[in-house]
Design a binder for this molecule. Structure first.
Ligand SMILES: *[C@@H]1O[C@H](CO)[C@@H](O)[C@H](O)[C@H]1NC(C)=O
Ligand SMILES: *[C@@H]1O[C@H](CO)[C@@H](O)[C@H](O)[C@H]1NC(C)=O
Ligand SMILES: *[C@@H]1O[C@H](CO)[C@@H](O)[C@H](O)[C@H]1NC(C)=O
Length: 206
């Protein structure tokens, strides 16, 4: 290609990128490098949604990657996660209507064991790695705006909000300009554990 062709080609690519994220732009007041920046108030988020996801959890002993589908229903107090990992299939239901004083959550896991047609059903209180997201989670948590960031599976920037989940887990929640959650990251200092979760194919259901 000639240099001119290259320039035109690059311009078209850039135009395509802008168009893809065109309806997902934030005001200059939320651009942390803009002269017009002013710290925004935490938004309400959509609390009834479905999404595809990829999650990686790691610490000194564990590297666990799962992919699947999440249904978040704050009105029912339920997070339902269907996931595939390491040759296993599992369906995990977190019942946030049944929690202990310490914040442990009732969890029922149905697992299709590897190389088997047998379903294993297990239920107990757990420290959940799939939080529930009520509409006012960022408001109630006094979320701190952490800037606009790019995500792996999205073609437009999203807002990062930092909270202390349950007052103890440093968590960053990613939200697009329509209040749709598009992922979250957290780390547990005690266990020196990091968890990153990316959403895509995300859809409000109410
Ligand atoms: C499942 O079956 C495959 C092929 O027969 C075998 O290679 C693998 O080790 C088995 N996995 C388990 C967890 O038994
Ligand atoms: C609450 O969760 C515990 C732990 O999983 C379970 O044993 C109990 O049956 C649940 N209670 C109700 C009412 O669902
Ligand atoms: C990792 O495994 C070691 C040896 O079993 C154990 O002492 C340590 O507590 C484990 N770390 C975590 C974060 O579970």
């Amino acid at each position: 290609m000639t240099q001119l062709n290259n320039i035109v080609h690059t311009a078209l690519l850039l135009a395509g990128t802008v168009a893809a994220g065109g309806c997902k732009t934030f005001p200059a007041s939320m651009d942390e490098y803009s002269a017009g920046f002013k710290q925004p108030e935490p938004p309400l988020v959509k609390s009834e949604f479905t999404t595809s996801f990829v999650q990686h959890k790691w610490n000194e002993n564990v590297s666990h990657i799962a992919a699947g589908f999440i249904t978040n229903s704050a009105s029912k107090g339920v997070v339902h996660v269907d996931l595939a990992f390491d040759g296993s299939l599992a369906s995990s239901v977190f019942n946030y209507a049944n929690v202990t004083d310490e914040g442990l959550v009732d969890n029922t896991v149905t697992t299709l064991l590897p190389n088997s047609t047998t379903l294993d059903v297990w239920q107990d209180y757990v420290n959940p790695n799939f939080p529930i997201f009520p509409e006012d989670i960022l408001v109630q948590s006094d979320a701190v705006f952490s800037g606009l960031v790019d995500k792996k599976f999205l073609t437009y920037p999203v807002a990062a909000w930092s909270i202390m989940y349950q007052g103890v887990i440093p968590t960053t929640v990613y939200v697009d300009n329509t209040g749709m959650l598009v992922g979250y990251d957290y780390f547990s200092p005690g266990l020196r554990t990091r968890v990153i979760t990316e959403f895509f194919n995300t859809k409000a259901t109410a």
